[in-house]
Design a protein around this ligand. Structure first.
Ligand code: ADP
Length: 228
């Protein structure tokens, strides 16, 4: 698989849980600023693929290159630094910290990287504005709607301006109207910051926001553009 100019690439990735092959040969490359949808039925290996690419799960074999470096050659500390500084994450349920306000939640990744409170919160306000949820800044996650909470989670995932945003069913818990709006805001913000997005979804209407689709079936990932 050619990986010229790619940001993230996978070569012959395999991962087995017991006797279950979760991933069975995955090959593709993702370029800066691309929104790529990883599609496929439940249990086909989408989440395993996302976790391998993000350096959370170690594949049994195969290689993952990020920005010219091999993930498997990095130490655990290097991989977690990469996840904190260059990768962003968004999940089906926002996983916001319930004790913190929405503003503090968005500022948190910056605070954890050593940015002072005032500067971190100023950046967080900008991201709440971008996601059109400044009204919830002082509220705690338990006091906001599902759609608002997910927009706050998107703001938090992008506040560090990651180079890759990993999104696992980001609209799976939302009604279609809120889901569409989250996808519009998420993809617009990612395009503005040139973040690549790896979007796991089983919904065609969510995948419609991507530039390209990778289909996973029985652990085999196929780049639909390359297949044409
Ligand atoms: P998807 O995200 O497409 O629903 P997954 O990547 O979650 O698929 O799962 C792929 C296969 O691997 C499934 O058969 C699932 O049961 C299995 N699997 C995933 N994670 C684990 C795990 N931690 N332990 C055991 N089996 C797992």
């Amino acid at each position: 698989m050619t990986s010229i100019g790619s940001l993230l690439n996978a070569t012959d990735l395999r991962k087995t849980y017991g006797s279950t092959p979760a991933l069975d040969s995955a090959d593709f490359a993702i370029h800066p600023g691309e929104v790529v949808a990883v599609m496929g039925p439940s249990g086909s290996g989408k989440s395993t693929l996302l976790h391998c690419l993000a350096g959370i799960v170690r594949p049994d074999s195969g290689t993952i290159g990020y920005n010219g470096r091999e993930l498997s050659a990095m130490s655990d500390a290097e991989r977690s630094a990469l996840r904190r500084t260059e990768f962003g994450f968004i999940f089906q349920f926002g996983r916001l910290v319930p004790e913190l306000t929405c503003l503090e939640n968005v500022a948190l990744p910056l605070r954890l990287s050593g940015v002072k409170r005032k500067a971190a919160e100023a950046r967080a306000v900008v991201w709440l504005e971008r996601l059109e949820v400044t009204g919830v800044a002082a509220k705690r996650p338990g006091e906001v709607s599902g759609g608002q909470g997910q927009r706050v989670a998107v703001a938090r995932s992008l506040v560090t301006e990651p180079r890759v945003l990993f999104a696992d069913e980001p609209t799976g818990a939302l009604d279609s109207l809120n889901g569409e709006r989250v996808m519009q805001l998420l993809t617009a913000a990612a395009r503005d910051t040139r973040a690549a997005v790896v979007l796991v979804t089983h919904e065609a209407r969510v995948a419609a926001y991507s530039d390209r689709e990778i289909v996973v079936r029985d652990g085999k990932a196929r780049d639909m553009a390359a297949a044409l």
